[in-house]
Design a protein around this ligand. Structure first.
Ligand code: UD1
Length: 429
């Protein structure tokens, strides 16, 4: 298994191009199941999760083609995928595929909406919490699907098609909002989703569905209204920039010091994180080209923050912020309100000399003068990148094991950082 070796102490200077968002690309690819015409997606990041989803969609009968490299192409440009679900040959998503990536459960919405049936494996547990799918099932039931659970599979049937209905989520869920949006797009009549997720990736999915002919208003707010249509057609859509990748590099530069332009980043996608970092002492400027982040010699100020649904500070940046705060000039309090078990990086950061204690959902981080490199283990996607950030500031060598987690969600991480001066490399095997 590959590892990543980081030698701490270098400042970061230069340009880091921001890739298309993984969390937008996945539902957008799944939306291709809604139409028998081709969906073309630009700016798709080159990630293990994207490859895996191609495989999963292929199993349902979706033809996926990837455009090859053209002369003059910038290697930082995302790839273009053409997804054609002309013939859906299989409405089952098997356990061995769904268990590898939770988001693949989301095929259930489009399959039942277009084909009237779906049999999708329950995704099972996950390192960061129990992550049930009850809201997805409630939404499909509201739209008239008959839902049964047999041998670990959700079996959804709507022989006469789905019917628009009011859906009110008890709690904000990004995935369940995606499911409801995609299913309602082809349901008969009007659906109103209340307490919908307002994350930019929901807006991006709705935007693409509208290009495919869906009638959707209110995406990006907590109430989304959908007038179902009979069919959706071909469309072309470009995936929005990755706000989590952006936030991760912001923390990396704040950690190591330096001056970096995050090219293509959009400030409105992560204003809460930008405000927090500015408070912590990083200098942040938005330009036409992206976001520029600078920090000179001063130490980072501690912060108190809670994760919460968009537009608040995102749970997917919690581990990275914690890494940064390990070297702050005082004590920070970081409260995780979205997932109940998302502090697995704490033990690993402690191996580098961080002082963190956890009480329920709150981590108290006492800033220390120095971190010292050590071997550490990546436990999940965002936790693993927090170890890289800590390694950038630790004395000596940090070896991050199990980096396959990183490859799921960060495109060419070590290259992007190395080009700005970080001493970081992948060690194969
Ligand atoms: C998505 C993101 C993930 C991010 C999360 C929260 C993708 C591929 N993943 O995950 O990176 O951390 O949003 O911003 O886009 N819940 C239920 N029942 C359900 C569904 C969710 O109780 O049926 C709970 C979850 O356990 C969690 C909370 O709702 O506590 C929010 O989860 P949700 O927004 O659904 O996360 P995902 O869509 O899985």
């Amino acid at each position: 298994m590959d590892r990543i070796r980081v030698r701490g102490g270098n400042r970061l200077n230069g340009i880091i191009p921001i890739s298309g968002a993984k969390n937008a690309a996945l539902p957008l690819m799944i939306a291709s199941l809604l139409s028998d015409e081709t969906l073309t997606l630009d700016n798709v990041p080159r990630l293990a999760d994207v490859n895996l989803l191609q495989h999963i969609l292929g199993n349902h009968g979706v033809d996926v083609t990837m455009s090859g490299k053209r002369a003059g192409d910038d290697e930082n440009d995302g790839q273009t995928l053409r997804l054609s679900a002309k013939n859906i040959v299989d409405t089952t998503a098997p356990y061995h595929l769904v268990s590898k990536m939770r988001a693949s459960f989301w095929v259930i919405g489009p399959l039942v909406a277009r084909m009237g049936k779906a049999r999708v494996s329950m995704p099972g547990g996950c390192a960061i919490g129990t992550r049930p799918v009850d809201f997805h099932l409630d939404a499909l039931r509201a739209l008239g699907a008959d839902i049964e659970i047999e041998e670990g599979y959700v079996i959804a049937n709507a022989k006469k098609g789905l019917r628009g209905a009011p859906i009110k989520f008890a709690k904000v869920s990004v995935g369940a909002t995606h499911t409801a949006l995609m299913a309602a797009a082809l349901a008969k009549g009007e659906t109103v989703i209340e307490n919908a997720a307002q994350e930019p990736e929901v807006f991006d999915l709705a935007d693409c569905l509208i290009k495919m002919g869906a009638k959707i208003s209110g995406a990006g707010t907590s109430t989304i209204t959908i007038q179902g249509v009979e069919r959706l057609h071909a469309a072309r859509h470009s995936v929005l920039p990755d706000r989590i990748e952006t936030g991760t590099y912001l923390m990396a530069v704040a950690m190591s010091g330096g001056d970096v332009l995050l090219k293509g980043a959009k400030p409105e996608l992560l204003q809460a994180a930008l405000d927090l970092l500015a408070k912590a002492g990083a200098e942040i400027t938005s330009t036409n080209e992206g976001i520029r982040v600078k920090r000179d010699g001063n130490r980072i100020e501690p912060v108190d923050v809670s994760t919460a649904p968009f537009p608040a500070f995102p749970t997917d940046l919690q581990a990275q912020l914690m890494a940064l705060m390990t070297r702050a000039k005082g004590t920070s309090h970081i409260r995780e309100t979205i997932f109940e078990n998302r502090f697995m990086h704490v033990q690993e950061l402690a191996r580098l000399g961080a002082r963190i204690s956890v009480d329920g959902q709150t981590a108290t981080v006492e800033g220390v003068e120095r971190l010292k490199g050590a071997p550490v283990m990546a436990t999940d996607l965002r936790a693993s990148v927090s170890l890289v950030i800590a390694g950038l500031a630790a004395e000596g060598e940090t070896m991050v094991h199990r980096v396959y987690h990183l490859d799921r969600g960060f495109e060419r991480l070590e290259q992007k950082l190395a080009r700005c001066g970080a001493a970081i490399e992948r060690v194969a095997g």
